[in-house]
Design a protein around this ligand. Structure first.
Ligand code: ADP
Ligand code: ZN
Length: 528
């Protein structure tokens, strides 16, 4: 027996690791519960928002347990940052990925064989290969951590087919605890993650996704640059991110802001690696810098004092919006999430989806996600409530910290409309998408309507007082309120939530935002 092998050392306690290695005083939220559970060999699913401190949840048990913790991470850049930070803290960490030279890779393998590593980061496509499994066969493994676990789900916003292979970890390494972590998962995605990773027996840890210090506002685009400038005027001297959809727009807005005397730098994937990293460094180190970026910027960036995140274009989904705005205010101090959006965005997003290479099923999901986000944009009630409803959370009262709470929008009592729409969904069996339900409401005898005999339903043509465009908005708003639930697993069929009953019984009123005439939401036929 080698008395000096690391496995023989006394294992430290989680709290000692937190304090001595990471320099934090106490555990946050449920960190201690997760760590204890995993350190004792349990499987876990961790659903905490960005900034909650998920990394500790696997890093500490990996250090406390004998053997190496294998961390599956989707991005090489993310791995590199994490490994760097761990090494600085004195943790034996390494990464195996395609960016290593042959020599570097064999050095990592050597360390692994000798049991010298506490944490090894690997890309998902590598883990399930026979070569890798063989390599690990003689290695003591502390745990598998599956970071960004939503990548396993088609319903998530960042599907990576390689993640599907991770299900094999169960058979390949029986008895090794697995912990899956994600910051963003609506209920459909959560269930899918658990099923796809075979984590039915795992303990699920979840906290509220509310970010109370972030104030949300969403404005209709009129003069976008002036609107942005006005917003930034309230943030002189603080750091923030302005997201744009295209590289050209990034350059354009960065130039324009610079001309207006605001220190702004661009960041997008079309720039040289040097310029990108020097702009990123400037953003991390300087104060009061505005980084104008595409979504290429942000994942894995740990800058706690980002005071604002502005969107010049509509993101792809509520998850994406939540993720991107979540980069603001990680220090817990007040921060602003501001977005300007217009119908041109919607058209553009629709086109991006339609022209993409995804299968029809996935395109349908993407259209559904866009609709859900539009629901948040159009809601007459609290934005925070609408966002959290999407994550399956009920926020008890209007938050008082979003634009609709602060200055109520023009609204109408949509209770009757809501009941009609929900009745149409219910009477047609909760099996159809928005387009068909609306055809039924306005009494349009399409082929599909006659095929299912829906022209004989009592609800058929009961919604003639509104046009299809208005009904689209009603349906989106009801979805944002959590009354209608879109079943992505069933072709985007509209279903009703528990909460819908109270509206049917007229125990509550449904207040809807007034559509302004210039907001011509195009009617879209679902792909179904
Ligand atoms: P997530 O992965 O959930 O987005 P991270 O693991 O990146 O969050 O942690 C976010 C920030 O919080 C990091 O700067 C981290 O050092 C810090 N952090 C994590 N746990 C604690 C704690 N218990 N006390 C203080 N800071 C913490
Ligand atoms: Zn609110």
């Amino acid at each position: 027996i080698d008395l000096f092998s690391p496995q023989r050392h006394e294992r430290p306690s989680p709290l000692a690791v937190l304090r001595d290695i990471f320099g934090h005083k106490a555990f946050r939220g449920q960190q201690a519960d997760v760590i204890e559970h995993v350190a004792e060999g349990g499987d876990a699913v961790v659903l905490f928002p960005t900034g909650a401190g998920k990394s500790m949840c696997y890093q500490i048990p990996a250090i406390c347990r004998p053997g190496v913790g294998i961390v599956i991470s989707p991005l090489i850049a993310l791995m590199r940052d994490q490994v760097e930070a761990l090494k600085q803290a004195g943790v034996a960490a390494a990464a195996l990925n395609s960016s290593l030279s042959q020599d570097e890779a064999s050095e990592v393998r050597r360390q692994l064989r000798r049991g010298e590593l506490d944490l090894l980061y690997v890309a998902p496509e590598r883990v399930a290969t026979p070569g890798f499994a063989n390599m690990l066969a003689d290695t003591q493994i502390a745990l598998f951590a599956i970071d960004e676990a939503h990548c396993v789900s088609q319903w998530g916003h960042d599907f990576r087919p390689e993640y599907r292979e991770l299900i094999h970890l169960v058979e390949l390494f029986p008895g090794v605890p697995r912990i899956a972590l994600t910051a963003t998962a609506d209920p459909t995605t959560r269930e899918d993650i658990i099923e796809r990773l075979g984590l039915e027996q795992a303990e699920v840890f979840t906290t509220s996704f509310d970010r109370p210090n972030i104030s949300y506002s969403i404005v209709e685009r009129e003069k976008p640059r002036e609107q942005l400038l006005e917003f930034l005027a309230g943030h002189k001297g603080s750091s923030g991110i302005v997201y744009c959809l295209s590289r050209a727009k990034v350059e354009d807005i960065a130039d324009w802001l610079s001309n207006k005397g605001i220190r702004a730098l661009p960041y997008h994937a079309g720039m040289s690696a040097e310029l990108r990293s020097s702009n990123q460094d400037a953003f991390l180190k300087e104060e009061g810098l505005c980084l104008v970026a595409t979504v290429a910027f942000g994942m894995g960036i740990d800058k706690p004092d980002v005071r604002y995140v502005a969107h010049m274009d509509l993101p792809a989904s509520i998850e994406a919006y939540y993720q991107e705005t979540g980069r603001a205010g990680r220090d817990g101090q007040p921060a602003d999430a501001w977005m300007s959006y217009g119908m041109a965005d919607v058209v553009q997003r629709r086109r991006m989806i339609d022209e993409g290479n995804a299968p029809d099923e996935v395109k349908r999901v993407e259209h559904g996600k866009l609709n859900a986000l539009l629901g948040v944009c159009e809601t007459a009630s609290c934005r925070r409530q609408a966002i959290l409803a999407h994550f399956g959370e009920t926020y008890p009262q209007p938050c008082g910290n979003c634009d609709t709470c602060r200055s109520p929008v023009e609204s109408w009592d949509g209770t009757d409309a809501a009941i009609k729409a929900m009745a149409a969904i219910y009477r047609t069996g909760m099996r159809f998408g928005a387009a068909h339900v609306i055809d039924v409401l306005v009494g349009k005898e399409t082929e599909k309507v006659t095929r299912f005999g829906h022209q004989h339903q009592k609800v058929f043509g009961q919604g003639k007082e509104l046009d299809a465009r208005a009904w689209q908005s009603v349906v989106r708003q009801l979805t944002a309120m959590g009354l209608i639930v879109v079943d992505h697993a069933n072709h985007g069929a509209l279903t009703l939530s528990e909460a819908a009953h109270s509206v049917f019984k007229r125990e509550r009123n449904v207040i809807l935002r007034k559509d302004r005439p210039k907001k011509s939401v195009e009617v879209r036929r679902s792909l179904a």
